[in-house]
Design a protein around this ligand. Structure first.
Ligand code: CO
Length: 479
C-alpha cells in the first residue's frame, strides 16, 4: 500500500499567514459575526527528527473571523517552551503523547525527570477575558485572539495538586463556573475534582478520589448535579512514567480484566455517590450526560479497546491507510444508582468521532443532535461529517470524494427556535486542490451553504471554539 491519499494532512503547514478576505463559494449568513479559533499540529518535524503521533505535532492556532459575509483568516505557531526549545536546539526538546525527547547525559543529570510539555495542541477555552490554548498538562497558554501571538502561561492562584488534566473542561451555565479535574501522580495517586468561577484563576478543590492506578481519560461527563469520571482500564504505571524513557502514553497498560468504571461524583461536596461497572471499553470523547428518573445517562464514543491510540501514530496513518481506526461507536450508557452494573445501547451504527452538540442549550440535558466526523468505509481515515438524531436513532452524512473534513463546530443562529437552527463550521482538506477549506453547512437541512478556500493546506487539527465578536462571555462557547 502506498502513501495515504490524505498524507498532506500530516505534513507541516508551509507558512503562517493573515488574510483579510478569503475567496468564498456560496453565501455566508450575515448573522455569523464571530470567530472560530482552533488548535492542532502545525508541524511534525524538528530538524532531522519527527514526532511519531498525530497528537504530538507542535501546536498552531487557526482563526476564521466572520463579518458581513466575509471571512478573514490567520494561522500562527504557539511559541510554547516546547516550540522555542525545539527551534533553538534543532531537535525535539520535550516528550509528547507518543514521542520521547532524547537528552544528553549532561541534560539528564541536570534534569532527571521528564519535563511536562506545554505544547497546547488540543483545545481552546476562555477563562475570564483570557483566550487559552490547552493540552493535558495543566499549563494553559494565553494568546491574543486577533494576532494569535503567544502571551504567557495562565497562572493559577491555588495549590490544587496534579500534573495531568483534561483539555475538555465543562462549563456550568447556572453557576457560571468551570468544572474539571487533575490527576495527582503522588505515590498515592488521586483525582482532584475542582470548580473555578468563570472569571477567576483560583481552582477550588471539591473532592479528592484516591486510586491505585490512574486511568488515561481524555474527557469526562457532567450532569446538573454530578461529574462522571469514566475510568477506562488503560492504567498508568507510575514508576515506568518516571524512569522508562518510553513515550508518555506507552506507560499506560491496557488491563481489560479490570473493566471500565463510572465514578459518579456529587458536585456539591465531591463525594463519590455511585460506581457503575461495565465490561472494558475505551473512549476519548464523552458527548453528553443527563439525569432522568433514577438514572444517569452517559453518551460517549466507544472503542472495544485502546488500540485506536496505536492506530493514530503517523506510521500506520500514512502507510496502512486501509487499516485505520479513527471513529468509534456512539453508545448510551445507563447508570442506575441502585445497580452496580452499567448497561448500554448503541445509538446508531454510523461510526463517529470529534462529537459536538449545541452545548449551551443541551449540555447536562436531554437532547437530540450530535455532530461529528466519520468514515465512509471501515478501516479508512475520517472522510465525512455525520449528524446523528439520538431520539429517532438515525444519521445524515456529508461526504465528497477527496475531502477530509475536521471537527464540526455548531453555531446557533440568533434566537434559534430549535436545537439545530444554525450552522456547522468544519475545516477540511481537499486532496485534489492540495489546500484546506472551511465548509459551512446548514445544521438543520445538512446542505452546504458555503465553502471558503484557503491558499495552502493545514495539518489535520483537533478542537476549536466559536466566539462572539465581544468575547467576554461564554455564550457561544462549547467545550
Ligand atoms: Co478531544
Amino acid at each position: 500500500m502506498g502513501v495515504a491519499p490524505y498524507a498532506l494532512g500530516f505534513a507541516a503547514a508551509n507558512q503562517e499567514g493573515t488574510f483579510e478576505a478569503l475567496p468564498i463559494q456560496g453565501t455566508i449568513p450575515g448573522w455569523l459575526r464571530g470567530s472560530l479559533i482552533r488548535t492542532g499540529p502545525g508541524t511534525f518535524d524538528v530538524g532531522k527528527q519527527s514526532y511519531r503521533h498525530w497528537f504530538d505535532g507542535l501546536a498552531m492556532l487557526r482563526r476564521f473571523s466572520f463579518e458581513d459575509g466575509r471571512v478573514a483568516f490567520a494561522n500562527r505557531f504557539i511559541e510554547s517552551r516546547a516550540y522555542q526549545e525545539a527551534q533553538a536546539k534543532g531537535q525535539i526538546s520535550r516528550g509528547e503523547f507518543g514521542t520521547t525527547a532524547r537528552h544528553s547525559l549532561i541534560e539528564r543529570l541536570r534534569d532527571p525527570l521528564p519535563r511536562l510539555t506545554d505544547n497546547a495542541t488540543v483545545n481552546i477555552t476562555l477563562q475570564g477575558n483570557h483566550f487559552l490554548s490547552v493540552t493535558e498538562s495543566p499549563m494553559p497558554i494565553v494568546f491574543d485572539p486577533v494576532s494569535l501571538s503567544t502571551l504567557d502561561y495562565f497562572h493559577y492562584q491555588d495549590s490544587v495538586p496534579g500534573q495531568i488534566t483534561t483539555a475538555h473542561p465543562h462549563f456550568d451555565f447556572r453557576e457560571n463556573a468551570v468544572y474539571s479535574y487533575l490527576v495527582n501522580l503522588a505515590p498515592r495517586c488521586s483525582y482532584s475534582i475542582y470548580r473555578m468561577d468563570a472569571t477567576s484563576n483560583q481552582r477550588e478543590l471539591i473532592g479528592s478520589i484516591p486510586v491505585k492506578q490512574a486511568a488515561y481519560m481524555h474527557t469526562f461527563g457532567m450532569t446538573e448535579r454530578y461529574i462522571i469520571l469514566t475510568e477506562f482500564p488503560l492504567l498508568l504505571n507510575r514508576l515506568s512514567l518516571l524512569v522508562s524513557g518510553k513515550p508518555y502514553i506507552e506507560n499506560y497498560d491496557w488491563q481489560p480484566e479490570q473493566g471500565t468504571r463510572f465514578l459518579v461524583i456529587r458536585k456539591s461536596d465531591g463525594k463519590v455517590v455511585h460506581t457503575g461497572e461495565s465490561e472494558a471499553f475505551f473512549a476519548f470523547h464523552h458527548v453528553n450526560a443527563f439525569e432522568q428518573d433514577n438514572e444517569i445517562v452517559v453518551d460517549l464514543v466507544a472503542y472495544p479497546n485502546s488500540s485506536v491510540i496505536q492506530s493514530l501514530y503517523l506510521e500506520p496513518l500514512l502507510h496502512h491507510s486501509d487499516q485505520v481506526i479513527a471513529a468509534g461507536e456512539l453508545r448510551r450508557y445507563h447508570l442506575e444508582l441502585n445497580r452496580a452494573t452499567a448497561t448500554y445501547e448503541v445509538l446508531v451504527e454510523e461510526p463517529i468521532e470529534l462529537p459536538r452538540i449545541h452545548y449551551q442549550r443541551c449540555n447536562t440535558r436531554q437532547y437530540q443532535f450530535v455532530y461529528g466526523v466519520g468514515c465512509s468505509q471501515s478501516g479508512h481515515f475520517i472522510d465525512q461529517l455525520v449528524k446523528v438524531d439520538v431520539q429517532n436513532r438515525n444519521a445524515q452524512i456529508w461526504h465528497q470524494s477527496d475531502c477530509y473534513p475536521g471537527e464540526p463546530v455548531f453555531v446557533a443562529a440568533p434566537d434559534a427556535a430549535t436545537e439545530d437552527e444554525g450552522v456547522i463550521l468544519s475545516v477540511g482538506l481537499d486532496s485534489q486542490t492540495q489546500n484546506s477549506f472551511l465548509l459551512i453547512l446548514n445544521a438543520h437541512s445538512w446542505d452546504e451553504m458555503a465553502r471558503v478556500q484557503l491558499p495552502y493546506h493545514l495539518p489535520f487539527d483537533f478542537h476549536g471554539q466559536y466566539f462572539d465578536p465581544i468575547a467576554s462571555s461564554w455564550s457561544h462557547l462549547h467545550r
